[in-house]
Design a protein around this ligand. Structure first.
Ligand SMILES: [Zn+2]
Length: 158
């Protein structure tokens, strides 16, 4: 049954996306010395847009809520359990026929990259300063959502 949403789909913008029921990910954020920091995943070279930095996440299963799907993905990809994070605001990037929902979350405990159990989908993860993201190559989906996410992160920091 889990394979049922696996596969490529084409959105109304003409992009190819993985996951027939859409996708979701978690943008973990914390207050750093120089402002908000976000935990991003350096995508494995073999993956779609490999080598870019993005939010951990992936395709939703049919009938799965966004929160459950996003939590399942970070468990698979980072080894994080639902109790390790506190979910916050959501941001939907709707492409028409496919959408990616980013769920903001704060760590419920100290989360450092060296403590995480990564699967093969990433080269690594890192806390990156929100103001320094122009210095790394972002996944195009994250890059497109960043202005909206930035305002949500600023709201969450108040
Ligand atoms: Zn698209």
């Amino acid at each position: 049954m889990f394979a049922s949403t696996d596969g490529w789909t084409t959105c109304s913008h003409g992009h190819r996306h993985w996951g027939r029921a859409g996708a979701a990910g978690i943008l973990l954020h914390r207050d750093g010395a120089g402002g908000p920091e976000v935990l991003l995943q350096h995508r494995a070279d073999w993956s779609h847009h490999g080598g870019t930095w993005g939010t951990p996440g992936g395709a939703l299963h049919y009938g799965e809520t966004v929160d459950r799907g996003a939590l399942r993905e970070v468990r698979e990809e980072l080894g994080l359990l639902p109790d390790d994070v506190v979910l916050g605001a959501r941001s939907v990037d709707d492409h028409g026929g496919w959408s990616y929902t980013t769920v903001l979350a704060r760590p419920a405990r100290s989360i450092e990259p060296g403590d995480l159990r990564l699967d093969g989908e990433s080269n690594g993860v890192a806390w990156l300063p929100l103001d320094g993201l122009s210095g790394v190559e972002l996944h195009p989906g994250l890059a497109a959502s960043l202005p909206l996410l930035r305002s949500l992160l600023e709201d969450a920091a108040r």
